[in-house]
Structures are given as C-alpha cells and as structure tokens.
Design a protein around this ligand. Structure first.
Ligand code: ZN
Length: 81
C-alpha cells in the first residue's frame, strides 16, 4: 500500500491510499479519483514524499565476529571443524 498527498483543482488537499503507483495512474486516467470536499476530478499529486506502509529500515545483519567474510560463510572464526 502507498499513500499519496493529493490536491484538487480548487486547492483542497487530501490523502488517498493505493495498492501501487500504477493504480493511482489508472484512477487518474479513468476519472474515478475525486476530491472528497468538492468532487473535482482534476486531482494531482501534491508535492510531498509518499510514505510506504511498514517501511521500517531493516538493521544490518549481525555477524559472529563482525568481519565482512562472516556474511558469506567464509569466516575463519566460525570454528566449524
Ligand atoms: Zn476540492
């Protein structure tokens, strides 16, 4: 899911959720996207960065010894003899 800040021809701003950016384009094209305040179909994206749902940053994977080789399974300190 992705949310866009939208603005109609009258300057009303509102948020709308879409399954994807292409779904937004489709709704713009067929005119099914309307301003909830005045019903205007001249809706465009407002200048604002879109938010991605659940877009938390994933932390870097921790490795046993901290060496880059650990992530590749080539670590000399694993001791799997
Ligand atoms: Zn409006």
């Amino acid at each position: 899911m992705i949310v866009f800040n939208l603005r109609c021809g009258d300057g009303h701003t509102f948020e709308e959720w879409f399954g994807s950016g292409s779904e937004f384009e489709t709704k713009i094209d067929d005119g099914s996207l309307t301003c909830p305040e005045c019903g205007d179909t001249h809706v465009a994206k407002a200048l604002s960065a879109p938010r991605i749902n659940g877009g938390a940053q994933t932390p870097a994977p921790s490795t046993p010894c901290g060496m880059p080789a650990c992530g590749t399974g080539m670590c000399q300190m694993m001791g799997d003899t």
